[in-house]
Design a protein around this ligand. Structure first.
Ligand code: DX5
Ligand code: ZN
Length: 225
């Protein structure tokens, strides 16, 4: 199964509610929330107040992507604020296992992310205790960039490792630069949770954009067999 996770980073914040409602109508499976601290990445985005508003108005599961240093300082607050998936970056911690367990103990799916240049093997020791790996397909920090082709090798290597361990439905999320033109390649490589900011929220007809993206994503998954 393919999960589509539109990223509100590309939304028009003066009409966030309408745009999220349109994404839900279009069948979005998750809603991706990019949290940036101006330290781990050179940009500042959104945090608790936006998440709280979304939780109060929508039932769509929240896929929260922390691009922050010292995620252990804030992770439990994001769990309590209503995250369903909580991703933090492996580059930010020497030993991520205690935080992974803490997140799970709060009923939230723990997930690890890595920058394009971080060797994919860095997440292998944790595959049995996390529910997802978010493979960055651009340098984290900004929406609207182009997908870096070699990052799909990370996806292929991770899918092969998950299969080798019998983790056939393991969630591999990709984030950055996904468009209608390349989404099939990403699912063919083994990604099954797809984040898209620009490709969804810059479109006038959001439900129809999601529908087209899903068809292309399915086509890629079928090519993988
Ligand atoms: C980038 C963020 C992404 C971003 C993707 O640091 O993690 O989630 O919103 O945006 P697009 O799809 O426009 O590349
Ligand atoms: Zn993201």
């Amino acid at each position: 199964m393919i999960f589509l996770s539109p990223s509100i980073l590309a939304a028009n914040f003066t009409m966030l509610g309408e745009q999220v409602a349109a994404a839900q109508r279009g069948g979005a499976d998750l809603l991706h929330i990019d949290v940036m601290d101006g330290h781990f990445v050179p940009n500042i985005s959104i945090g608790f107040p936006v998440i709280k508003s979304l939780v109060n108005h929508f039932s769509i599961p929240l896929d929260v992507h922390l691009m922050i240093s010292n995620p252990e300082k804030y992770a439990t607050r994001f769990c309590d604020a209503g995250a369903d998936y909580l991703t933090f970056h492996i580059e930010t911690m020497k030993d991520p296992a205690p935080l992974i367990h803490e997140i799970r103990s709060r009923g939230v799916h723990p997930s690890l992310s890595l920058r394009p240049a971080t060797p994919i093997e860095a997440v292998f020791p944790y595959l049995d205790i996390i529910d997802m790996v978010l493979v960055m397909t651009v340098e984290p920090g900004y929406g609207g960039q182009s997908l870096i082709p070699y990052t799909l090798d990370n996806v292929r290597a991770l899918r092969a490792e998950a299969d080798r361990r019998g983790l056939y439905d393991f969630k591999i999320e990709i984030d950055g630069g996904v468009r209608l033109e390349n989404i099939a390649k990403t699912t063919q490589a083994g990604a099954n949770v797809i984040v898209m900011g620009t490709a969804v929220f810059s479109e006038h007809d959001i439900p129809s954009a999601i529908d087209k993206l899903r068809k292309e994503a399915q086509r890629g998954a079928e090519m993988r067999g």
